[in-house]
Design a protein around this ligand. Sequence first.
Ligand SMILES: [Zn+2]
Ligand SMILES: [Zn+2]
Length: 151
Amino acid sequence: MNEPGHILSGGCLCGAVRYEIDYRGEEASLCHCAMCRRQSGGAFMGFVTVPRAHYRLLKGEITFRRSSDIGRRGFCAECATPLVMDYNYEDERTGIVTGSLDDPEAVPPVLHWGVESMLSWLKLDDGLPRLTTDQDPEYAKAIGLHNPDVT
Ligand SMILES: [Zn+2]
Ligand SMILES: [Zn+2]
């Protein structure tokens, strides 16, 4: 993580919320948990977890909804675009929804997470590691991966 930071911008579908992050090369993951699927309406969600101090809200505001005992999900109240995911035990970092970045190509995922919930019809041949939710969650937490807030 010693490479110099560069600014990545993002925002919601309607444009009410805009943000930027000072990106330092943090690794991204794709989460296949049922909660991410439900919230996004898609097959999975991508996240990159960054220090909260490196995240700046430029316009609008993020509405939060507690999604479990340990997590909350932030979205645009106007258009419902998912934007961030925070954990109670993690005050200093926040999970950015990579699909809300203007250039998601800038943060390719390095692994799949929560694959016990991965849809059977989803065919991905990317060769990336696949972890289940109960596979070493402390490790995942330590390296800042999105950890599904399953209850
Ligand atoms: Zn919006
Ligand atoms: Zn998830």
